[in-house]
Design a binder for this molecule. Sequence first.
Ligand code: NAP
Length: 323
Amino acid sequence: MRIAVVGATGHTGRMVVRLLRRSHAVVACARRRGPLERLRAEASDVQTLCLFEATPDGAAEMIASRRVDVVVQCAPLRAPLAARLARGCAARGVHYLDVTAEAAVASAVYEMADVPGRQRGVIVSCGLGPVGGVLGTTLASLVAGRGHAVELTYVATGFATAAGSRSSALRILLARRPCVPRRVDFPPPFWPGMALRVPFADAWLLERFHGVASARTRAAVTGGSFTGEPERARDERVPFGIVARAHAHGTQTDEVAITGTAPYDLTAQLVALGIACIVARPQGAAAGFMAPSILMSPARVVDHLADSPLLRWFRATSSAVAA
Ligand SMILES: NC(=O)c1ccc[n+]([C@@H]2O[C@H](COP(=O)([O-])OP(=O)(O)OC[C@H]3O[C@@H](n4cnc5c(N)ncnc54)[C@H](OP(=O)(O)O)[C@@H]3O)[C@@H](O)[C@H]2O)c1
């Protein structure tokens, strides 16, 4: 496939480019030419292409003119820009995948790009990163059915992100006020911490596409001793965890959890899996906006990551809830 990576010079984008160029032709897109040229110096088979923030419609046209099959959006675009880019791609028959954890981005992309995506038979999907997207919806799918209430809690022992991730995290935090912290217990190696309710994309995806009665997402940073650049967090294997709890009619709780490290490496792997699922789609298969956990089924995600040294899975448990 021919794949354009938007935000290719960023922390996420570079990892996505490195992984995808092994099996695909990659067109790298960002705003500044200097970092793009440096990226091409590292990887001469990567083509470069500049984008300009002010004209996302023009950007979609420019990308499509390179005859790409898929756009992977790894820049911290605000919802209106991301949605116009997604619509532009879908209208030109180009698949659109976004790694965002922002519910506002996912819902805006859905509003603007679902219909053109269906009309042109291409996939539009958001939340292909491990935080606030495909892993949360996958875990929830393992324990929750239609009509269940789902709680997803993210935890990390430190907060080390690149600039784009920080601006995105800030938008997510500011999207919901007031944030009332709640004490949550996590599996090892974490310890109890105060979690804030935050509107991650997986809550919106679960309610909109998985038929759950309600979905809530929370996030906590326990320990908090680490701040800095993501490369350091990766080297020091700073862990994060996700716990999914589901219950129906107040009688039973099912729980499943994972702990992992290196969320940016995982993002690249999940994007690659999303692309593999697009490649494997039968002719005439469903198109338009798709939750990532529908594009790549939970079984496929579990299978793909089962042996990954970056993730450890905890089996689902059931327990009765006192009446
Ligand atoms: N859900 C998850 O688990 C997950 C995981 C990783 C990342 N993410 C998301 O991925 C996004 C990027 O994060 P990051 O930490 O990788 O960011 P980053 O390292 O700061 O990189 C940002 C990249 O986007 C480009 N860019 C920024 N604004 C742009 C615009 N308007 N048009 C075109 N390109 C633009 C930058 O290029 P220039 O320097 O040329 O502007 C750069 O290549 C964030 O939204 C983050 O939340 C999500």
